[in-house]
Write a new protein. Structure first.
Lengths: 512, 512
């Protein structure tokens, strides 16, 4: 049985009078059986207020207790694996391989935060004993609202990177489930709830709210005791939450990852020498039916032959694909509407694939520069090819681009001396700059940056993928002349957690 | 001669038609001779737009060139020391010792950022070669608007921590001079201009704008090419800039440090055993005529004797002080108005010093908890004493406090076992928690945190004092599979800058 109730501060809170909603199998258009309850204002308030009450206690919980909790979440998820993946596929139409891959990614993320806590130095302890005794470390900011993402029902949703990084930081989480995969979300929420019950932690550090209306999310973000927000989704959604949060009496940080067109720049020499290019690009554009924030939505290439080999090869490959439907009919509808608008109102050639909704556009760089709205994301299996005359023209496009999660520069060794100025422009626009491969596929490591200048995200100084995601939920606190016994363990003379600390300017694990 | 013109992108831009304004000696009320020009919309636009054009070039400038530039600023400031300090004192009425101390602090800050750049590891290079080759480092965010602070004409103004940390990060700076010390600011701007001319750097990385109207600052913050803002001042000013910045088409980070009441909690045992307490507190409250963001505006103490020794001792000492006037008559006027309102409308006893504007209030904790507006900052030589019955009552006040830069907990060893819950509450409210001494005096070290939860600052995840202030102006960028020759020096295999880097999870200075 999938829980239809909301989980409010550790209690499944049945509300027979609630408005309800159901999820739909996008493959069959069949309505799935569970009637999920929409969270009420009272439930939202109770969830945040009770999280705020237990915040101090969870904030000062030892890393080893947090590790135990995260390990329990992992076990509970593994225990419901087959059921979870079945519901995931029913609600999203994403294929089995993707479901399994995303499940493994979710488990892998949990393990990476377990490792972070086991090592512990992420609190960045700095001790300065010359002059007043100053000892600084990172401390959690408070209860966090996390929004599930439609395109990643597991890895960027209920037990995804936002939730797990906030738990690792020492912050309670109030999760707003994405209504398109409410069942998947409820199953994961139940796993977290069970993990919490088996840990010696306050149950109030996790709540799970359902809702199709924007009102549930807005009320959550506006709650005066909420201290931060994590969101992955559309520009409209992320910007709306950011505006709400910044115009509260107390503004709070919103980390909204709002997608990108992830341009790929291809030099002429590369185009001539890379035989796998069309295959690689085509696969990346249609991967997951195009529903990746790092989907390459724009491909710029220099081709002085006038033969336009790349677009021809891509069109051919596109006609061979048969794709799964998008995760929800609303998303597919919006995608098709955007294509229609492009076709009717824009200076471009549009070609649609014969067996799927995949599509390609074709425009010259000079026309693109005259139509800035062609730089807006078309979320789905679409890419806009841009014919450039030269690397200089590519550089002009790079300078005109809005902020991006990624850009990719595919060149040949002989081009390198000519790329300085293009790289200079791209550096200002992106969080990640690739020189080989495709932007889809975001490795979960400390060296990853998933976040770029606005409008890609609302705060380019942080990442939502990789262990550094924890820094969104932490702030420094300095203890001055604090008696050793009253200090947090991370700052005590004896270094009982064996952390790497900076003591009077030197990195050391030694005690004082 | 003090420059009356604005410095726009490396050129002193005379505008005979400009509105002008003059500064005033607060001691004598004498109007000082220079007629400063108010910056025009065209000048503001030119300053930001030209900074944006040269941003790429400065962002990729070597650390050694930035070091040369900062060293030249230091030399130019030292060369004009006597003239600068004379103007500083004329415009602010702050005494000579303070002027000299603040000058040294400003030089010391520059030196600390020189050391940061010479060492270089602040860019936090992380290299991961297992899987795709991912190399991450910090990169500057773009042109920064910095606002001079009325209460620190040097250390938090034109060549203060905001400007120097932005320059160290690789960001151009557009400085909005504080109109109360426009002459001091113009002298410092000229020193920076000269330093820039002697360096091999684009002159457009620094502009200096004058103005008494809010419009100059608003236009600066609203300029689409500005990427960040540093501000130290009032809550009203900081919040207004934050609102402007967040409601731009592209929101940008604003680091506004808006002051605090910096409560001091004193246990009964401490009150009984610390003979120097009244002296230390009185000195801290009237230091700089109370014009410090870390001024202790609230003192909570447990005194079951009913004798109220502390308030009596403080009153006595207050009557002995003669204080310099505040830095501007507007500030003094606002301070006196706030005292009047407190006297007329609030449940407290107010006692004024006989020879100065210093004042003390006296209220019970239970009355304070009923009047949340008594927790608002009164900027000046004032403190509100709060009579508490117990540590538990102190804890209730701590829980009700708005966010603070600092709190201080003065206790006796025998109290330590009873302080857990009070410390727990205070940790959530402050950036710095002191256990001895007074909050005035903010050491410039890496272990300092000067920034706390809202409304103390707009982003508690950063500090405006100490070398970590550089992180406000940096964001991560990851290079994926980048040819070694195209990588920034900090990420190249050979580690040519000899940085401490994290390579495959291990901290090392070794090359790959």
């Amino acid at each position: 049985m999938i829980k239809s109730q909301n989980l409010i501060a550790g209690r499944w809170h049945d509300n027979p009078k609630a408005s309800t909603f159901q999820t739909v199998n996008p493959k069959t258009n069949q309505v799935l059986p569970t009637s999920f309850q929409e969270a009420t204002s009272e439930q939202i308030h109770e969830a945040v207020a009770k999280a705020a009450v237990v915040f101090d206690r969870y904030a000062t919980t030892s890393f080893s207790k947090r590790v135990k909790f995260l390990k329990a979440i992992q076990s509970e998820l593994e225990a419901i694996g087959p059921k979870l993946l079945k519901t995931y596929q029913e609600e999203s139409a994403l294929p089995e391989g993707r479901a399994q891959g995303e499940f493994q990614r979710t488990i892998g993320q949990i393990q990476s935060f377990i490792a972070l806590l086991e090592e512990g130095s992420f609190v960045q302890a700095v001790i300065h004993t010359q002059g007043p005794d100053l000892r600084k470390m990172l401390y959690p900011i408070g209860p966090i609202g996390v929004f599930g993402a439609s395109n990643f029902p597991l890895a960027f949703s209920t037990a995804g990177g936002d939730t797990i990084s906030a738990f690792a930081a020492g912050c309670p989480v109030i999760l707003k489930a994405h209504p398109y995969h409410a069942g998947t979300s409820a199953l994961v929420a139940e796993a977290i709830y069970k993990a919490l019950k088996s840990s010696d932690l306050p149950l109030e550090i996790f709540s799970h709210l359902g809702g199709v209306s924007h009102s549930v999310g807005s009320q959550l973000v506006m709650h005066p005791m909420l201290k931060g927000v994590g969101f992955t989704g559309s520009f409209a959604g992320g910007k709306a939450l950011h505006n709400l949060a910044q115009n509260r009496e107390e503004p709070i940080p919103v980390f909204a990852e709002m997608g990108s067109i992830n341009p790929i720049f291809i030099t002429e020499k590369r185009l001539q020498t890379d035989e796998n290019l069309a295959d690689t690009l085509a696969q990346s554009i249609v991967l997951g039916s195009g529903q990746f924030c790092t989907n390459p939505g724009m491909i710029l290439c220099c081709d002085s032959s006038g033969e336009n080999h790349l677009i021809k090869s891509l069109r051919k490959r596109f006609n061979e694909f048969s794709l799964a439907p998008m995760v929800h009919s609303n998303i597919e509808k919006k995608y098709l509407e955007q294509l229609k608008t492009l076709e009717e109102k824009q200076t471009l050639e549009l070609s649609k694939a014969s067996q799927s909704n995949a599509a390609l556009g074709w425009v010259t760089a000079s026309d693109l520069l005259k139509n800035q709205n062609l730089m807006e994301e078309v979320f789905g299996p679409f890419s806009l090819l841009v014919a450039c005359k030269s690397i200089e023209e590519m550089t002009s496009v790079a300078a005109a681009l809005p902020g991006q999660l990624t850009a990719t520069l595919l060149s040949h060794e002989t081009d390198h001396p000519k790329l300085g100025s293009l790289i200079g422009k791209l550096q200002n626009k992106v969080g990640r700059l690739l020189f080989e491969g495709v932007p889809t596929g975001v490795a979960v490591t400390q060296a990853m940056q998933h976040g770029g200048p606005f409008p890609a995200t609302t705060d380019s100084r942080f990442t939502s993928v990789g262990t550094d995601a924890v820094y969104r939920w932490l702030r420094p606190i300095t203890y001055q002349d604090c008696p050793n016994a009253l200090l947090p363990a991370a700052l005590q003379n004896e270094n009982p957690l064996a952390l790497n600390r900076i003591v009077n300017g030197q990195q050391t694990q030694a005690s004082l």
